[in-house]
Design a binder for this molecule. Structure first.
Ligand code: SF4
Length: 319
């Protein structure tokens, strides 16, 4: 039976500014099951990274959660005190960012990061034993054990990302939030990293929220895909059925704009228009100014996000 690690219900995130309030995440509901990789995709500024930061309760001020609920292992994250939030971030949820240098202390060796993490999680483990476990871990991650005492700046970008995954494994984290984890890597290192991540995910039954604009990365790793447009969820479903037959016109446009060896030049399309200004989003369906299938109703009424096929939800009046 599936077991949700994360359950988000009608989440709203606001950024108040001098000229008005931007709702960066608007009425988003979704679950992440234990052992699944959920890909969260959409163009820059659609709210996907804000959603990840809201899960960690790490929104940059003046960002704030303006409504909804977020359950993590059954507990409402929005009701936790500061100390509980800190422990949760440190022990149960791990984050892998585009630039690992933002998370790794440049003054600490790789061994220090890993030993400290192992011993925070299991204080009964001696320093010597934790170091042996750290060496075993980086070996499993494809980093030579001689690099254990390197500083982060001495490692390549790909190795640093592997160390971030190692920290998540050392913690035995219930959820890994990976935000654009391969953006800074070149194509070959990216492929190796994705291969490793897939192996580790299967081996340890990891639960991953994979936030990316890169559809190829989602195709490699995700079990399900959630598509965001202008702060809203517009489509959600299993990765292969969704990629084979996208329902929402925005998802179709997103997939057609990705170069693919199966597509001819004629199939490849650049989506026209730009995402709306979230200070003043268009009425009705937010995609209507860019949609080739727009109907009168779309300009006036907002389509509800609802299940239209088993396991497939979409927000569009065509269904
Ligand atoms: Fe296009 Fe209308 Fe569907 Fe929006 S609701 S995506 S405008 S068809």
């Amino acid at each position: 039976m599936s077991e949700p690690v994360v359950e988000i219900r009608h989440l709203n995130v606001d950024y108040p500014t001098r000229i008005g309030v931007v709702r960066a995440v608007d009425d988003v509901s979704l679950t992440i099951e234990r052992g699944e990789v959920l890909g969260l995709v959409g163009e820059s500024g659609c709210g996907k990274s804000t959603l990840g930061m809201a899960l960690l309760r790490l929104l940059r001020p003046p960002g704030r959660i303006a409504g909804g609920q977020v359950f993590f292992n059954g507990r409402n994250l929005l009701e936790l005190g500061e100390e509980e939030k800190r422990l949760l971030r440190g022990e149960r949820i791990s984050m892998v960012f585009q630039d690992p240098m933002t998370c790794l202390n440049p003054l600490q060796r790789v061994s220090d990061h890993l030993v400290e993490t192992i011993r925070t999680h299991r204080p009964e483990v001696s320093k010597k034993e934790a170091r042996a476990q750290a060496a075993e871990l980086i070996d499993r991650l494809g980093i030579m054990t001689e690099r254990l005492d390197d500083y982060p700046h001495q490692l390549s970008g790909g190795m640093r990302q592997r160390v971030m995954i190692g920290l998540a494994l050392a913690l035995n984290a219930d959820l890994i939030i990976a935000d654009e984890p391969t953006t800074s890597l070149d194509v070959i290192v990216e492929a190796q990293f994705l291969e490793l991540l897939r192996e580790l995910q299967q081996q340890f039954n990891l639960t991953i929220l994979l936030i990316t604009h890169n559809i190829g990365v989602v195709a490699e790793l995700a079990d399900r895909v959630a598509v965001m447009y202008a702060a809203k969820l517009v489509e959600l479903g299993d990765v292969y059925p969704l990629f084979d037959a996208p329902l929402h016109p925005y998802t179709r446009g997103l997939l057609r704009s990705v170069p693919n060896i199966r597509l001819t030049d004629d199939d490849l399309e650049i989506m026209s228009g730009v995402p709306p200004d979230l200070y003043n989003p268009p009425p009705g369906c937010r995609f209507h100014p860019r949609c080739a299938q727009v109907m009168d109703r779309c300009r006036l009424e907002e389509p509800p996000f609802r299940e239209v096929q088993p396991g497939r939800s979409v927000a569009c009046w065509l269904y």
